[in-house]
Design a protein around this ligand. Structure first.
Ligand code: MG
Ligand code: MG
Length: 258
């Protein structure tokens, strides 16, 4: 069932997603060779709680941390660990959720650790642009398939693999609401987008094969060929005139440039 949100509810979702953006910025400031993914998780949890929210991922279906931190060939749902030390040239996808005032925030960003190779830089840029292409389709009267196809077409133009097993979702009082928002599909198909829908659009794009493996830890998803993957996520309110992006990557990118 799809829950349409009032303007007031959308503003509470925006508050959450701005806090997620600020948390990702704080995490991004600490990403460098030598830091462990567990330290990043601690930084995020403290930051979220200091701002009057609760980490939405912690305990979600038993997930043991506040962030999903996925390094290189890990696509999503990586578990922060004291044994996972970031090194120069890695990329790290950080997915973060908050719960505050009855609503959820959920966004993700892929960071470079120091200097990364040109081909990895391109994977990151194309994945982020695929997110923007999908987001541009999130307007009332379009269908979910318009968002999905825009993401898929752009990513595949570069020969990348678009992950099939995981998808975006509605967002509201719960982290995962209807509709599902796949990163592949056909224009004009799927649920109708209506004013007041809030969806997370989250391309998971692999440099090589689209095939993934679910690790035995019960959470981590990695590429089958162990080539790197990138993941960016926006929460977006569907409006008559177009998308209203509730996430703010400029907060993250300003922090990275300082
Ligand atoms: Mg997420
Ligand atoms: Mg999500």
């Amino acid at each position: 069932m799809i829950h349409l949100k009032t303007d007031e509810e959308i503003e509470l979702l925006r508050e959450n997603n701005i806090l997620v953006s600020q948390t990702l910025a704080e995490v991004g400031r600490h990403i460098r060779p030598g830091v462990t993914t567990l330290e990043l998780d601690r930084i995020a949890e403290e930051f979220i709680r200091a701002h009057g929210a609760v980490p939405a991922f912690l305990g979600y279906q038993g997930f043991p941390a506040s962030l999903c931190v996925s390094v290189n060939e890990q696509v999503v749902h990586g578990i922060p660990s004291a044994d996972c030390v970031l090194k120069e040239g890695d990329i790290v996808s950080v997915d973060c959720g908050t719960f505050m005032k009855g609503f959820v925030g959920d966004s993700a960003y892929t960071f470079a650790v120091g200097e990364v190779s040109e081909e990895v830089r391109q994977l990151m840029e194309v994945t982020k642009e695929a997110l923007h292409k999908g987001t541009a389709q999130a307007k009332a009267g379009n269908r979910v398939g318009d968002v999905s196809a825009a993401v898929q077409e752009y990513a595949e133009r570069f020969g990348y693999g678009v992950v099939r097993e995981l998808e975006g979702h509605g967002l509201g009082r719960k982290m995962h609401e209807d509709p599902g928002v796949p990163n592949y599909g056909a224009r004009g198909r799927g649920p109708l987008l209506k004013e007041g829908m809030v969806i997370c659009i989250e391309p998971m794009i692999n440099m090589g094969t689209k095939a993934v493996v679910f690790e035995r830890d019960g959470w981590t998803v990695r590429t089958r060929d162990r080539k790197p993957a990138a993941h960016y996520e926006f929460a977006v309110a569907v409006r008559k005139n177009g998308p209203d992006v509730l996430t703010d990557f400029s907060i993250i990118e300003k922090a990275l440039n300082n």
